[in-house]
Every structure is written in C-alpha cells, then in structure tokens.
Design a protein around this ligand. Structure first.
Ligand SMILES: C[S@@+](CC[C@H](N)C(=O)[O-])C[C@H]1O[C@@H](n2cnc3c(N)ncnc32)[C@H](O)[C@@H]1O
Ligand code: SF4
Length: 378
C-alpha cells in the first residue's frame, strides 16, 4: 500500500496587489508570462513523476496568488498532467482558491469538470470601505455574484476567508460580516486570519503615516471571542487556531501541514516536506520560468531530531485537539514529558496549556496568547 501525500500548486498572479499582502504574487504579468509559467510548472511536475508514482495523492491544493485570475484552460492543462503522472485517489480533496472579481461561472464550470471539488473564496469583510482600506479589488457585491456562481456550478464544499483586525473594522461591523456569512448556503468551512502587517507593504506605510489605524488588541480579541461564540452556535467548530468547519469538512490538505505529514509543492515559492526534509522553490517568477524544473526544490533544510520534535509540538498546538501524546512518543521514541518537561510545566502553570489523558492543548487564554506558547518551543 503506497503512502498518501498532498500536492500544493502555486499560481503567483493577481489582478492587483492587496495592501497587506507579502505572498509571492505579481500583478503586472502579461499573458505570455502566464503561459511561460504554466509551461515551467508542467515541466516541474513531469520531472518529479517518478517520485510521485511512489505515492497516492489524497489532496491537491491550487493556491496563490489568485488561481482564478488566469484562464481556466491553464488550470485544466496542469491538472491533466498531474492526473496522468500520478495516482490521484478517487475521493481526493481538490481545492482551488478563487477571488470574487475573477471567478466567473464559465471558469467554475471548468473547475468542476476537471475534478476540483472544493472552493476557497476570499471575502475578508462585507464592508466596502474596509475592503478599500486594504486594497481589495472586489466589492461586497462581487462576492455575492461569485457565491451565486459557485452554487450554480454545483460546488457543495465551500470555504470563505475572512480577516480580523482590519483598519476601519469594529465589533459591530465584524459581527455584521459574521452574520452575513452564516446565512450562506452550503458553506462548510471558514478561515479567519488575524491581520499581519508586514514590513514594506503599502499597509505598513499607510499605518506608519497615520492614513489608517487598526483596532486595538483588546478590541480584536473581543471580536474573535464573539466570532467563536456565533460560529459555534451555528454548527461550526474551531478545529485550528484560525479555522472553523462543519464536522467532517475540515481542510484535509491543511491538516497535513498541522499534522506534520508529507506534501509536495510545485511552482515558484512552493514548499515541500518529504522524508524529514523541507524544500522551497525559488521565489522569483522570472527565475522559475527561466530554469524550469532545474531550479525546483533549491533551498533545502534538513531538520534534525530536535527541530522535528519542536515543530511537531508547535504545529499540533495550532489544532484544538492539540498534541497527541501517543503520536509524539510513537514518532520520536520518547515521552513528551521527558522531552519538554520545563516548557510544558511553565505553560500549564500560566494557564496557557491544559492536559487530558491523551492530549495537551491550548486553553482559551492560550489561544489568545499563542505566541507566548510558541516562544517556549522555538
Ligand atoms: C494569500 S491569499 C490567496 C487567495 C486569494 N488571492 C485571496 O486573496 O483570497 C489567502 C488568504 O490569506 C489571507 N492573508 C493574506 N495576507 C495576509 C496578512 N498579511 N494577514 C492576514 N491574512 C492574510 C487572506 O485572508 C487571504 O484570503
Ligand atoms: S488577491 Fe490574495 S494573493 Fe493576491 S495580493 Fe490579494 S491577498 Fe495577496
């Protein structure tokens, strides 16, 4: 029986650059660059077909950037090559990230035809003034049209991305966003990311120069708590620090990251984790196009045992169920308490972690102060 593995495919193109974003994406590429990029992507997948044939693929995640920005024929080409050069399981979860302004009914129908069965759509907030503050291309009305199209195309497994702590947002406006998304048909999954302000982004400049301001940490925490309550009352449970799902609709692909399972990434800036080794492709679109398969998996980080143990702890603690103590001792042949006695005791004493028979997990306070917990294990 072959081991299972997930595949990530990066599409680094967007219509425009959101003010907060530092993901690998270009908003100034023309059609010939997109075409050349897809050719390199296909070359990279083919160059790995021997390795791929050793595994069964149970998840594929097409992310970005904005995969829906490019012509759906490119996504079709890539998927055809992937299906032909690997063994994708019948019930594999296959997700594509889409943005409201570019996911037309026609594109969505193509995604459905080629086997994509999960859509992740970025809304962030329903308030146009806040969308404008963060440089989003789509207005709320574009989202409504897009969501309608997603349903019309027949998708049943839909996830929406929101952001918390945005400039101009407050408890009331955030609550209006939550109430709206709870009214959506067939919504199975919600990601809510706390805004991260990265250096040298336009948002950083706007904040530094007083053009926009952010809600306070306390306000943001209140919003998050109200969110937890509303979503729980409506059948969504928090299974990861930023992710809620209806039972059985957790993101199988993202669970691979948090469970320290193996995945292979294709495309520029794509990360892979196989045989205790992390790889990352070049972050330059130009270099990726020029070198094709030759520059893939160029940055290599071989993790030693201690790195693996610490990483397992940090990633597991992101999950509501926390660290599975038996899984830790099976993987590392040592009891977690023998390995991290001091760190665990400190976090438990500070009310950040709790333990039951099988697991160690973040308390509510620990979820609010997760960074303090991570510090113990870095
Ligand atoms: C990288 S985007 C890719 C998908 C798509 N282009 C979009 O914008 O929805 C995926 C999600 O990451 C989140 N994100 C990106 N940059 C972020 C930041 N600086 N802070 C918090 N969340 C961020 C947004 O919620 C976004 O929906
Ligand atoms: S659309 Fe998504 S990937 Fe593109 S700039 Fe905005 S947040 Fe980043």
């Amino acid at each position: 029986m072959r081991d299972k593995i997930g595949i990530y495919i990066h599409i680094p193109f967007c219509e425009s650059k959101c003010f907060y974003c530092d993901f690998c994406s270009s908003s100034s590429s023309n059609e010939s660059t997109v075409q050349a990029y897809i050719e390199s992507l296909i070359e990279e997948i083919l160059s790995q077909s021997e390795m791929l044939s050793e595994y069964n693929i149970d998840t594929i995640y097409i992310g970005g950037g904005t995969p829906s920005f490019i012509d759906a024929k490119y996504i079709k080409d890539v998927m055809q090559v992937l299906f032909a050069s690997s063994s994708v399981l019948e019930d594999a979860e296959i997700t594509i990230e889409v943005n409201p302004e570019s996911c037309t009914l026609e594109k969505l129908k193509t995604y459905k035809e080629i086997g994509i069965n999960r859509i992740s759509v970025g809304l962030q907030t329903i308030h146009d003034n806040i969308l404008q503050n963060i440089g989003r291309k789509a207005k709320f009305n574009d989202f409504k049209i897009a969501y309608d199209n997603i349903l019309k195309a027949g998708f049943e497994n839909i996830s929406v991305d929101l952001m918390c702590g945005l400039p101009g947002d407050n408890k009331q406006t955030f609550n209006e966003t939550i109430q709206y998304i709870l009214s959506l048909d067939k919504l199975k999954h919600i990601s809510v990311y706390s805004l991260e302000v990265h250096e040298n982004t336009k948002l950083d400049f706007l904040i530094e120069n007083g053009f926009v301001s952010l809600p306070s940490e306390d306000e943001e925490r209140d919003m998050k708590h109200a969110l937890d309550e509303s979503l729980e009352q409506n059948g969504f449970y928090l299974y990861e620090i930023s992710n809620y799902a209806k039972q059985g609709f957790e993101s199988k692909h993202n669970l691979k990251y948090w469970n320290s399972n193996y995945y292979i990434g294709f495309g520029c800036a794509a990360a892979s984790y196989i045989n205790s080794t992390r790889y990352c492709n070049t972050k330059s679109i130009e270099e990726y196009i020029q070198n094709g398969s030759k520059c893939n998996k160029s940055e290599i980080e071989q993790l030693d045992l201690l790195d693996l143990e610490k990483e397992f702890v940090i990633l597991s603690l992101r999950l509501s169920k926390g660290i599975d103590k038996l899984e830790f001792s099976n993987r590392f042949k040592i009891d977690i308490w023998d390995m991290f006695k001091e760190e665990l005791n400190k976090c438990i004493k500070d009310g950040l972690l709790e333990e039951n028979k099988t697991n160690i997990y973040l308390t509510k306070r620990g979820q609010d102060l997760a960074n303090i917990v991570w510090q113990q294990f870095i």
